[in-house]
Write a protein that binds this ligand. Structure first.
Ligand SMILES: Cc1cc2nc3c(=O)[nH]c(=O)nc-3n(C[C@H](O)[C@H](O)[C@H](O)COP(=O)(O)OP(=O)(O)OC[C@H]3O[C@@H](n4cnc5c(N)ncnc54)[C@H](O)[C@@H]3O)c2cc1C
Length: 448
């Protein structure tokens, strides 16, 4: 954040590729790096604090964060390749040196993954002032005279309500929070012209500004047995020691954060996330091969500063109908160009001696829809990203935070829904702009 000056680092990662740092101005007072850093630290229990230090990391929080105990040998080759390609290696992408490749810290403790529920909720589930209702779907927030008084929900085949005395904190994620808000009447009023929903508050930003990190996989083969990475021996090792391939996520724990030619190390905009060597059970036979050919791996190219925006709208006034998602990925040419620039960084990595030693070879399978273009060329990739780009699973922005001058803001800097008392949002929907990398830790910071 604080983007007008040098971007700053934010610690705490959640998953394999979680070299997380929140480099964007969240768009409201109180969201500067220095102001949110304590909330990152509060959530973190870093198992490698002696390595990463206390400037950007902490111990004692609910979420265990450390490297997995196991890395496939090819991971080391990628780090060597990164040095050779001039990208460099960082011991801690959430620390002082935030570009290059690293083996990322992830939400796990000694090879056992840690979910948010396990970290935050399970330890306090017996508190007398906490009731957890499983298999329950919230359908509406109940509001009268612009004040929140309860929540409507569906459970065991029937609708019920619960009243609140202070406030509701809605945290259904960037896809469902705007859906619930809209059914509650907090909605751009034009959208309701055909629906039987009463407008409680006309907020044009609800459901707008939907975006994500578009991600495109570049496929390779390499000289290694194309075997299933799980076996009885691997299972026994994990069950006994919590080590070995089952204690990790294969190559996805390797992550590179890089600037393309349009930016600098201070504001990197591409994430390269290798994939392969993930756990997979052999079908019956011990030491079975997936194929007699070479092993496949990929490098997922993530475009971290997307400008295209989609939205989430209602299909009907029926709360059980699914909403309509319009992703609008790559709607702007800038995002196509960004992905292509990232593909070129992946190819540069693949061209290194360190990876050639494994005979890393770009896949020759091409997309038929792009057959008019030379392979590989920028024109081909610009075509291919339109066919094969996927979600980064970092959906956000659909009820964004902003100052009172921003007519599209849905919540204020304290995350209170504009014009409605007793209703707060706390999830990825409030991010005005997606963070430069994976968003789980920033979301936890917001929720803290
Ligand atoms: C496959 C996948 C892989 C990912 N990998 C990574 C990663 O490696 N690193 C990373 O940083 N991030 C990763 N993410 C992203 C990260 O998980 C999300 O960005 C983050 O969880 C968003 O948090 P949230 O609180 O906004 O929403 P969520 O985590 O989606 O939480 C919303 C909760 O609300 C519940 N809910 C929704 N609607 C209702 C309703 N009507 N009633 C009751 N409950 C409801 C949902 O069941 C869910 O539990 C990944 C996401 C996916 C899907």
């Amino acid at each position: 954040m604080d983007t007008k000056q040098l971007p700053r680092r934010v610690p705490a990662s959640r998953q394999t590729a979680s070299a997380l740092f929140l480099r964007v101005e969240l768009g409201a007072e109180g969201s500067s790096y220095d102001e949110v850093l304590p909330y990152f630290l509060k959530g973190e229990d870093n198992g490698e604090i002696d390595d990463v230090g206390t400037a950007y990391h902490a111990t004692g929080g609910p979420m265990s964060v450390e490297r997995f105990p196991y890395q496939p040998p090819f991971a080391a080759a990628i780090l060597n390749a990164s040095v050779e390609a001039g990208f460099g290696v960082s011991e801690d992408l959430n620390g002082a040196h935030f570009t290059g490749f690293t083996i990322g810290q992830a939400s796990n403790k000694k090879g056992v993954r840690r979910s948010n529920a396990a970290a935050y909720l399970r330890p306090i589930r017996h508190r007398s002032n906490l009731h957890i209702s499983l298999n329950t779907t919230v359908t509406r927030v109940l509001i009268e005279n612009n004040a929140t008084y309860g929540v409507e929900y569906y459970k065991d085949g029937e609708m019920s309500t619960v009243n609140v005395s202070r406030e509701v904190v809605l945290s259904a994620g960037a896809l469902k929070t705007p859906f619930i808000l809209k059914h509650s009447g907090i909605v751009p009023k034009e959208e309701l012209e055909n629906f039987d929903i009463t407008v409680v508050k006309d907020l044009p930003g609800v459901g707008e500004n939907f975006h994500d990190h578009p991600t495109f996989p570049v496929s390779f083969t390499l000289n290694d047995l194309d075997e299933y990475d799980d076996s009885w021996a691997v299972a026994a090792e994990y069950l006994t020691f919590r080590t070995g391939p089952l204690s990790s996520t294969g190559l996805t724990q390797v992550v590179g954060v890089l600037p393309n030619n349009d930016t600098t190390d201070e504001w990197p905009n591409v994430q390269l996330n290798p994939a392969g060597y993930q756990s997979g059970c052999a079908p019956g036979e011990i030491d079975a091969l997936k194929s007699s050919g070479k092993r496949s791996v990929s490098i997922s190219v993530g475009w971290q500063h997307p400008v295209s925006r989609g939205n989430i709208t209602l299909r009907s006034s029926n709360v059980t109908d699914k909403p309509v998602f319009w992703g609008n990925f790559l709607g702007e040419q800038e995002d196509v160009d960004g992905l292509v620039s990232g593909v070129n960084l992946a190819l540069k990595l693949a061209e290194t001696d360190a990876l050639k030693a494994w005979n890393l070879t770009l896949s020759t399978t091409t997309l038929s829809g792009c057959a008019d273009y030379d392979y590989p060329s920028d024109e081909y990739w610009a075509c291919a990203v339109k066919y094969d780009t996927a979600f980064g699973h970092h959906y956000c922005g659909t009820a964004k935070m902003g100052n009172s001058s921003d007519s599209m803001a849905v919540v204020d800097p304290q995350l209170r829904v504009s014009g409605i008392s007793g209703l707060r949002l706390a999830d990825a929907s409030v991010m005005p702009q997606v963070t430069s990398n994976n968003i789980a830790a920033p979301v936890m910071m917001i929720e803290e």
